[in-house]
Design a protein around this ligand. Structure first.
Ligand code: CUA
Length: 387
């Protein structure tokens, strides 16, 4: 008896530890706090079917428990005496057939239209989304000429509030899956196919997401975020993006460190990276990469994250709030960005030898080179517009 209790205690302790660990989410990916109508539809459906399952589970557990206790062998029972057999009891069989049918039909009638409605295209602006090993690119067609070349960014998907944004999902290599849990469910991103996906948020904020289809070495590091801005802030962001090219070109004319950095950039970076209006030679398909594309670095400083959104561009406090210097400006996470330029594969598993990910420049660039490159990169774009 004592041994049995000890074992029960251990099992309970493990179960309790499991529950505690399960509650230790970082809170960045949270499907239980939907903000968009699509995510809310999914959330309601999940909760209703979850509570139905809980109800069925409790009923079955209670029935099994009652039967075990009520019909157990009692002292003085004849061991050869069989209990009354109810095989073929129509009432019992109809009951345990009809109840599940009613529950499942109820869920089907609700789920099917919801699933189809979720897959409908949004009637707001379309943004082109490209997944590749291992980061996301977002392109905007502002002049509506069918070319998604007016703003090209990475990691940060910036949208205005109150608009059914239509995402046109493409893959440049293998199958990925796009998921921003607070805005909508998961949608596969398949090479050779275009999938549309709708997101909407009526409140500004930053909502985090992640690739959810195993796509190779750095699948877990293929993250992204949606920056939802008020329509006014969104216009400001758009204007910043358009002004950024000229500002970056103007900065080239000043300071020798920036010019030295630009020369290094020309030597080492432009076979893969584009800076619109300055270095366009690495246009899609020319880049020496498997997917034929590396992040476009125009307006790099306006992104809140780099390296597949694995690292923050600007320093944050313990609660994720952005730190500011005495002048009220965001503080660049220069240490990690410099280290990323020096030796990217060490900070994010990649296979540069297989043309997947950035090369290791630790043997190529000196400390002074890195300082110059950082001076140049800092001129690419203004700080992000934050919600
Ligand atoms: Cu892309 Cu996993």
């Amino acid at each position: 008896m004592g041994i049995r209790f000890a074992r029960c205690g251990r099992v309970a302790a493990v179960a309790l530890a499991g529950l505690i660990v399960a509650g230790c989410a970082t809170g960045r990916l949270d499907a239980t706090k939907p903000v968009g109508p699509e995510a809310r539809d999914i959330d309601v459906l999940m909760r209703v079917s979850g509570w139905m399952a809980v109800g069925v589970g409790i009923f079955v557990a209670a029935a099994v428990g009652t039967i075990i206790v009520k019909f157990r062998a009692k002292p003085g029972d004849d061991p050869d005496d069989l209990p009354p057999q109810i095989h073929g009891n129509r009432k019992a069989e109809l009951t345990w057939t009809i109840i599940p049918i009613v529950l499942l039909v109820f869920l089907t009638v609700w789920t099917l239209p919801t699933v189809f409605a979720l897959a409908r295209e949004g009637d707001g602006r379309t943004i082109k989304v490209e997944g590749q090993q291992w980061w996301w690119q977002f392109s905007y067609d502002l002049d509506e000429d069918g070319q998604f070349d007016d703003i090209v960014t990475a990691n940060d998907l910036v949208i205005p509030t109150g608009e059914d944004v239509n995402l046109e999902l493409h893959s440049n290599d293998v199958i990925h899956s796009f998921w921003i849990p607070q805005l909508n469910g998961k949608r596969d991103v398949v090479p050779g196919r275009v999938h549309n996906w709708r997101i909407r948020s009526d409140e500004p904020g930053i909502f985090y997401g992640e690739c959810v289809e195993f796509c190779g070495l750095s699948h877990a590091n293929m993250q992204m975020r949606t920056i939802v801005l008020t329509p006014e802030d969104f216009e400001r962001w758009k204007q910043d993006q358009l002004d950024g090219q000229a500002a970056a070109r103007a900065a080239l004319a000043q300071g020798s460190a920036v010019a030295a950095g630009a020369t290094l950039f020309e030597t080492h970076c432009i076979s893969c990276h584009v800076v619109d209006g300055t270095y366009e030679s690495a246009a899609d398909g020319n880049a020496n990469l498997l997917a034929g594309i590396a992040p476009n670095l125009t307006n790099l400083m306006s992104r809140t994250a780099f390296a597949g959104a694995l690292y923050e561009t600007y320093l944050q406090g313990p609660d994720g709030e952005y730190l500011r210097d005495s002048g009220g400006n965001l503080v660049l996470n220069i240490a990690e960005m410099r280290e990323w330029v020096r030796n990217a594969p060490e900070m994010k598993p990649a296979r540069a030898d297989n043309q997947q990910g950035m090369l290791d420049f630790s043997e190529v660039l000196t400390d002074q080179d890195l300082d110059h490159l950082m001076a140049y990169l800092k001129t690419l774009g203004s700080p992000p517009v934050l919600p």
